[in-house]
Design a protein around this ligand. Structure first.
Ligand SMILES: Nc1ncnc2c1ncn2[C@@H]1O[C@@H]2COP(=O)(O)O[C@H]3[C@@H](O)[C@H](n4cnc5c(N)ncnc54)O[C@@H]3COP(=O)(O)O[C@H]2[C@H]1O
Ligand SMILES: Nc1ncnc2c1ncn2[C@@H]1O[C@@H]2COP(=O)(O)O[C@H]3[C@@H](O)[C@H](n4cnc5c(N)ncnc54)O[C@@H]3COP(=O)(O)O[C@H]2[C@H]1O
Lengths: 141, 141
């Protein structure tokens, strides 16, 4: 069946390589992370450690929630906290030899997936956009 | 060909009805819109007018950008501006009789699409998540 051919394809060609991915380190202060998020325009970006391993993801909403006091946004707290204090550790990762079918399934609940090599080092991300674009090409045949 | 059958399907069953969609009106003050966005947890939500027609979409990032002064976030401006001053008018809409193939194509560049009836009244939204979930079910057959 033609279908099963697509789902067994490799995901290599869909990966956005890590040099093109906006990211922060877990020890960065929050004001640095907020600046990278605002400048990149992305809703959420990956968080890495010093060994280039995935620690989670962080968004503008998480940073703002963490500095929202009762009366006002307490901007001075941006220097007191680091990314690790606020980041969401729940981020799906796939290996580079995962299939397209696995990527499609994981992308149902996550706007992007992190791709790692066999040692767990960060290789890049796979976005819903690239999965949808491939599906669209597939159905146009 | 089995493929062409799926792309010609109607989109009715995928639509999130308007009563379940967080939205704001174009005349709402920005502080109301920011509250709805923070409470709903969504990145962006639709903006409607008094005739229930789609005017665009608004996000937390757009609201914060509009009140970011040189020195600090000028929270008092949240009461001075209204949604219409800040919202992004570029939002794709589909009619209720559009096909799945059209929805797939439009969702490549937009996390959600607005669905309208033949008079242009807002019916609901169609999200990337529902499209990806349908594709996943399709390939499992
Ligand atoms: N600068 C830009 N140019 C063109 N289109 C843009 C864009 N920024 C956002 N979009 C569009 O909006 C969608 C949602 O972006 P968002 O930032 O919420 O959510 C993004 C963001 O959180 C993350 N992401 C994507 N590319 C990234 C990158 N190079 N570095 C870090 N994170 C990235 O993956 C999520 C899903 O991305 P996806 O491409 O599927 O879906 C993107 C894309 O279709
Ligand atoms: N409360 C929640 N429960 C479970 N999963 C959640 C969730 N909030 C977000 N997600 C997950 O995160 C994805 C991105 O959400 P986001 O808020 O950036 O982007 C959302 C949001 O801007 C808008 N949206 C979705 N449902 C909405 C609703 N009921 N009312 C207003 N806007 C909605 O459509 C975009 C795409 O939604 P999609 O479902 O494809 O994709 C969602 C979904 O997979």
């Amino acid at each position: 069946l033609k279908n099963s051919q697509l789902v067994n394809n490799e995901i290599n060609e869909l990966i956005i390589p890590h040099e093109k991915v906006a990211h922060v380190h877990k020890n960065n202060p929050l004001n640095h992370a907020l600046l990278v998020l605002i400048k990149s325009g992305y809703t959420a970006i990956p968080v890495l450690d010093h060994e280039n391993k995935i620690q989670g993801q962080i968004s503008k909403a998480q940073i703002l929630d963490s500095i929202l006091g009762l009366e006002r946004i307490e901007m001075e707290r941006l220097n007191e906290y680091v990314v690790e204090d606020v980041a969401d550790p729940d981020i799906p990762t796939l290996q580079t030899d995962s299939t397209f079918g696995e990527a499609l399934m994981r992308s149902i609940n996550y706007p992007f997936l992190c791709i790692v090599d066999e040692n767990g080092a960060f290789i890049g991300i796979l976005t819903r956009r690239s999965i949808l674009a491939l599906m669209h090409r597939y159905f146009q045949q």
